[in-house]
Design a protein around this ligand. Structure first.
Ligand SMILES: *[C@@H]1O[C@H](CO)[C@@H](O)[C@H](O)[C@H]1NC(C)=O
Length: 256
């Protein structure tokens, strides 16, 4: 980039203007000044300039433009993975790279399909359990909750206990009983779209039995007197409502 600087000394005498000029050219790339000297007379009536003296390559610097400092600000934006949290009234479970939120809902006589629809209204699905820890924590929470709910408490202290729908279904490929090998790991799958594997799928003894090939849905049991039932899973008829005390919804905190 080139800048032109001119020093001008002028004298006026009638119509003549005498000018002594130093022209400097500043080259910012080489940070150098080169210039020429010029003495001239300008006639303001004729508009003519008469050059009397001209010298090339005058050494600089006589006038050096102030050093301009170019400050380059580099803004580095690091994108941190966003951690979403569960709503306040949902239980939070940390999974590998997201938080899973569960809500235990106490309600009487609800079919599995209606429970799933109710979860969908909360932006969720009936939940699966990714691990035994998730399952047992939910079982403990259910135990506390039923203590304050008369009807659920009645089931809890009854012999069979109460049922809470969860998000698991019999695989279509296992529509025939005992056609899938070990039924405890092969026959049912989580349906919430996120939960995987069978670590959190712990059944009551003798379950799942796919009784009369009609039990395609799954509940977690809440039972005071039968520790072989409390917090464990069982398959049941999806349309059944007997002893049902509620359901458990699940959603990823990330999809809020
Ligand atoms: C519900 O589950 C289905 C899979 O069955 C999944 O595609 C969907 O994303 C899930 N919805 C939510 C809110 O997690």
């Amino acid at each position: 980039m080139l800048f032109y600087i001119a020093l001008l000394i002028s004298f006026s005498k009638s119509c003549e203007i005498k000018k002594t000029q130093l022209y400097y050219t500043y080259d910012s790339e080489s940070d150098s000044l080169t210039g020429h000297y010029q003495r001239s007379t300008y006639d303001d009536q004729t508009g003519e300039t008469t050059i009397h003296e001209w010298k090339e390559n005058i050494d600089g610097p006589i006038l050096k433009p102030p050093t301009t400092t170019t400050t380059t600000t580099t803004t580095t934006t690091t994108t941190e993975p966003k951690i979403y949290n569960c709503p306040d009234d949902w239980l939070t479970f940390s999974r590998d790279n997201y938080k899973w939120c569960m809500k235990i809902v106490l309600t009487e006589e609800i079919t599995k399909n209606s429970a799933q629809e109710a979860c969908e209204k909360l932006g969720a699905n009936l939940t699966g359990f990714q691990s035994s820890s998730e399952r047992t924590q939910v079982a403990s929470k259910i135990k506390l909750m039923v203590a304050t709910n008369k009807d659920a408490l009645n089931n809890y202290i009854s012999q069979t206990g109460g049922k809470f729908w969860v998000g698991a279904e019999r695989k279509k490929s296992c529509a025939i009983a005992n056609s899938c090998g070990d039924e405890t790991v092969n026959a049912y799958e989580w349906t919430d779209g996120k939960t995987s594997g069978t670590d959190g799928m712990k059944w009551q003894s003798g379950q799942p039995d796919f009784y009369k090939e009609g039990q395609k849905c799954v509940y977690i049991s809440s039972s005071k007197y039968q520790s072989s039932r409390h917090g464990l899973l069982d398959d049941d008829a999806c349309a059944g409502t007997d002893h049902v005390d509620g359901y458990i919804c699940g959603k990823s905190a990330g999809s809020l």
